[in-house]
Design a protein. Structure first.
Length: 177
């Protein structure tokens, strides 16, 4: 029951900080929406980050996880907070492979066969999360769970399920309606 109380506290923090705004918005995809999830406002707030880290750390405490991964940019602060809270090292997944230096797509020390969870700030269809998951799998990591702070409930859970992955939203947009 404690985890449900922690989630309610997170919802209240997100509401208080106006992370979810209702009105008419044009999304980055060009699509119109009746609400906007301003996750940059959330991931720059230490109270919210701490609450998210506490919830995810609690959810994975019995999983023997080797790495926490977050795709750039929005999920890196979340992965960092979870790593600090849980003591589990983190990985950062770039949007694209750099063409200089070591040309890495993943920053951090991922070893063959390590168990990784992926965290994300917000999901719509799950495409960016799937790219991050593919990068980890292509580099020898194992994933069977992913977490998102806010799920817009527009197909991400189903898309990841088709790929054999469990996407666990901490909160969903319906929690705010």
């Amino acid at each position: 029951m404690e985890i449900e109380q922690e989630k309610k506290h997170l919802i209240n923090l997100l509401k208080y900080n106006q992370v979810i705004q209702f009105g008419k918005f044009t999304l980055s995809s060009g699509r119109e929406s009746d609400y906007y999830v301003d996750m940059k406002k959330a991931i720059t707030n230490p109270q919210i980050l701490s609450q998210v880290a506490k919830i995810i750390s609690h959810m994975i405490q019995n999983d023997k996880i080797d790495r926490i991964a977050g795709p750039a940019l929005g999920a890196v602060p979340i992965a960092t907070a979870v790593a600090l809270h849980s003591g589990i090292p983190m990985l950062m997944i770039r949007k694209a492979q750099k063409d200089y230096g070591t040309s890495k797509l993943i920053e951090g020390d991922l070893k063959e066969g390590e168990k990784v969870i992926v965290v994300e700030d917000v999901t719509t269809t799950g495409n960016s999360l799937l790219k991050a998951v593919k990068a980890i799998l292509d580099n020898g990591g194992q994933i069977n769970r992913a977490f998102v702070v806010v799920d817009r409930e527009e197909g991400a859970v189903d898309e990841l399920e088709k790929e054999g992955l469990l996407l666990e939203p901490i909160v969903s947009i319906s929690d705010f309606k």
